[in-house]
Design a protein around this ligand. Sequence first.
Ligand code: PMP
Ligand code: GLU
Length: 397
Amino acid sequence: MKLASRLEKIKPSPTMVVDAKAKHLISQGVDITLLGLGEPDFGSAQVACDAGVEAIRTGLTKYTPPSGTDELKTAIVEKFKQENGLDYIKQEIIVSCGAKHTLYNISQVLFEEGDEVIVPAPYWVSYPDQILLAGAQPVFIETQEDDGFLMTPENLKKAITPRTKGIILNSPSNPTGAIYTRKHYEALAELLRSAPFWIISDEIYEKFLYDGAGHTSIAALDPALKEKTIVVNGVSKAYSMTGWRIGYAAGPKEIIQAMGMVQSQSTSNPSSISQKAAAAALKHGHPFVEGMVKEFEERRNLMVKGLNGIKGIHCPTPPGSFYVFPNVKGALGKKYAQWTIHSSLDLASFLLEEGGVATIPGEAFGAPGYLRISYASPREALIKGLQKIETALLKLT
Ligand code: PMP
Ligand code: GLU
């Protein structure tokens, strides 16, 4: 039997694939250190857990409106006002089953056959495939390590065509940790403001900022940009709530309404229990985030220092998110036993199977020659992972 042809355009999420493979090896008794998947090791914020339990106890276990509860939308409106300087009304807010679902619905309502969507690379793994599933074409802008993996106005200008229907921005970035400051956005703003396409701003790592860095939402630059931007965020990362599946977006009413219609015919509402927990996290979870980010900064420093001490690796210091994105080109072309390391894809396989450490190859993010290593894992795992990477690389000649 033949499946729908649209499936031929996409592949499974590579981050999920590596994680499943690594966990399968663990189940077979192999000692694998997990530095692949981007998932904080902390328990979910206690205020969220308490609110979730309370929701079950008090019978908040029924359908809610497909686009989210009034309470959660109110908390999101307040969050945007207080934290991002953005004024929205509740009709401009939608809650979905994780930010991945939010982004999927955005692609479904905005893009179609014949459209192009600009995606700066390195990019998060799901953007291209979600665009392809909507029938549109991703157009990549390659950014450079020397530019801090940030897009320049020249890069952007070259990628815009009459078919451009949108651009996906992600600051702080997964996988590079790069941050677009207000100044960076201002340099791009003129082009973006005048262009007749949508801006999707994925800000899910906005809390993971180091060395005193701040977060700017492009929608907060001026009203003209706000009008054409859909801001995406969620509670998975900041409150360590990956399993609760709550993401949200803010943007023009017609788009939000259209996304609500898609949800009403697909998922209905996100879990009523998770919505209650997410509202508590947004209202009372700030001390939790602060504690976690402080710990992550130490871990980032540990990883950057450790990786730069390994021959064949050069690791820039990322200002945000919870990944390091080392350049591993120095290890390419080398051999050990049956292994020849032609690419970072080969290197990630070698590190997993020979070294016992799970990382994600740069190819998954449109950036061969790099590895993404998540430091959202306990320090002992990071230290062990570093040792394993060093030992494995020393085998290569
Ligand atoms: N955007 C980026 C850049 C991410 O790294 C993730 C992590 N999976 C998501 C969106 C989606 O997160 P979630 O669906 O868990 O809210
Ligand atoms: N965002 C996480 C990552 O990049 C989770 C995996 C996923 O959602 O694909 O590892």
